[in-house]
Design a protein around this ligand. Structure first.
Ligand code: ZN
Length: 169
């Protein structure tokens, strides 16, 4: 298994919508392994297929401190979101070294398939709720930067461009 290249904002492929997976075959299993490896190596707590230029509805998450509780969500759907919201500082492997606060529902109930294709429902709160919503946004072509003011978005785009020029040099 090898690490995958992570697209960086504002790459246009981050905006591409995803298709649900029809079945979880060996190729998908390999993608799950590669995405998990890429996430742990980054290091990050979540990764959506969109971020590695795979436009399928697949996310991997591990918010545990011990980094041994990998959660796989295939074709995730939000069944319910709390009216209560929470403000949390977010970052993203596709927007390196940028962190800002985003307000989202504090709790969500998600339905998805696991890595074996078995359906499950999960009540999420705290960091897990933030992470699930953040990663699911990627599947619809949304990045957390989109929630920030136009001014902040401009600044981040400029920063990313500079970073890219620096890395290319
Ligand atoms: Zn992200």
């Amino acid at each position: 298994m090898s690490k995958l290249k992570i697209l960086t904002y504002p790459d246009k492929f981050l905006l591409q919508p995803t298709a649900p997976l029809e079945n979880i075959d060996g190729q998908v299993q390999q993608m799950i392994d590669a995405m998990a490896e890429t996430m742990y190596a980054a290091p990050g707590i979540g990764l959506a297929a969109t971020q590695v230029d795979q436009h399928i509805q697949l996310i991997v998450i591990d918010v545990s401190e011990t980094k041994d509780q990998l959660r796989v969500f295939v074709n995730p759907q939000i069944l319910w979101a709390s009216e209560e919201t929470a403000l949390c500082e977010e970052g993203c492997l596709s927007v390196p070294s940028i962190y800002d606060e985003v307000r989202r529902p504090a709790r969500v109930r998600v339905r998805a398939l696991d890595a074996d294709g078995k359906p499950f429902e999960l009540d999420c709160e705290g960091l897990l709720a933030v992470c699930v919503q953040h990663e699911m946004d990627h599947l619809s072509g949304r990045v957390f930067v989109d929630y920030l003011s136009a001014l902040k978005q401009d600044r981040i785009r400029t920063k990313m461009k500079k970073r890219r020029t620096r890395e290319a040099a």
